[in-house]
Design a protein around this ligand. Structure first.
Ligand SMILES: [Mn+2]
Length: 328
């Protein structure tokens, strides 16, 4: 059950602040950017100052570019050094705030709103509930506590968070509560088919060509049911695709029926970014990602690793082989 006390405390800290600084995790996904933009929009609609950002690279995937308020976001370098009140959204650990981590530590009041099972990031006020389907679900609850009414823009942002983090309402946490929130949000006149198309069904030509390359590189380890593909820096450069744009590639890999666990390894300037998914309830990829210094949820997790892609593949395969043999 969700305890109402931290929500009341968070609402009070927000009401008393003259400016609220908010941030979501690096390389924002739909839940991170949706909760950030929804809060920013409603906070400023209330006449309260709000500064919203995320760590470098200060870019957003093209499939989120239709969302409101993106032009009002603040570069991380211009984020306050010692925020009066800071809210960290959808961050399971401090390092996911990248260059904003020090500023979070320096905040007078730090509020964490998150639902990662591997959360190890505590603030002064913690709205951390691993059973919540998305951070936007928790944010909706806080907005009720604040008595800030929704409008169409906020509903759109919250809906993006909900539909992406529940994998279009298909995953474990797609409870009646999730559908109730979707119903509430849809009543603001959202064009759900248009949102769905922009988020999931439409890509640049170059991205489709990159996908072709990645599908041709698919690997399947049949003895442990592990499928993966890789995207090198060279691939990104050759097809002129940014790493944020390749967020949905993992879902294609997940269509492989022989795969119990699947991954996409993307080479970035700061290391190999690994997205990991499980279809098997006995394999908790959140725990596996935590072994590599990352984290996430039972069925969806990630980590960043140094080294060559092939080395990361080898060590991940070893860990999975141990895990799968123990579990099965
Ligand atoms: Mn989330």
């Amino acid at each position: 059950m969700i305890d109402s006390e931290p929500f009341a405390k968070a609402a009070q800290a927000i009401q008393e602040a003259s400016c609220v600084a908010i941030a979501c995790h690096e390389v924002p996904d739909g839940d991170a950017i949706g909760s950030l933009l929804a809060f920013y929009h409603l906070c400023t609609s209330q006449g309260k100052r709000c500064i919203a950002s995320w760590p470098e690279p200060f870019e957003i995937a093209p499939h989120y570019e239709f969302m409101p308020e993106l032009d009002s976001m603040t570069r991380p370098s211009d984020f306050p050094e010692e925020p009066e009140v800071m809210i960290a959204l959808d961050c399971g650990s401090l390092d996911r705030l990248g260059s904003l981590a020090e500023k979070a530590k320096a905040a007078k009041h730090l509020i964490i709103i998150d639902h990662h099972e591997t959360n190890c990031f505590q603030g002064e006020i913690n709205l951390i509930y691993p059973n919540a389907a998305a951070t936007v679900v928790l944010l909706r609850r806080l907005l009720k506590e604040l008595a800030w009414p929704l409008d169409q823009s906020a509903a759109l942002c919250l809906y993006v968070g909900l539909v992406t983090d529940t994998f279009r309402f298909t995953k474990m946490h797609s409870s009646p509560e999730v559908f109730e929130l979707a119903k509430e949000l849809s009543e603001y006149g959202l064009d759900l088919s248009e949102i769905n198309r922009k988020l999931f069904e439409e890509h640049h030509f170059n991205y489709m060509k990159l996908i072709g390359r990645c599908l041709s590189k698919l690997e399947l380890n049949t003895s442990i049911g592990f499928a993966y593909t890789t995207v090198s820096l060279k691939d990104f450069q050759e097809f002129n695709v940014r790493i944020e744009e390749a967020e949905g590639l993992i879902d294609l890999v997940g269509r492989i029926s022989e795969a119990k666990v699947y991954a996409v390894l993307k080479e970035a300037p700061n290391g190999i970014r690994v997205s990991l998914r499980s279809k098997d309830p006995s394999v908790d990829v959140g725990m596996i990602a935590a072994l590599f210094g990352g984290g996430g949820h039972r069925f969806s997790a990630g980590f960043v690793s140094l080294g060559e892609i092939s080395e990361v593949v080898n060590s991940l395969t070893k860990v999975l082989a141990n895990n799968l043999s123990v579990e099965s």
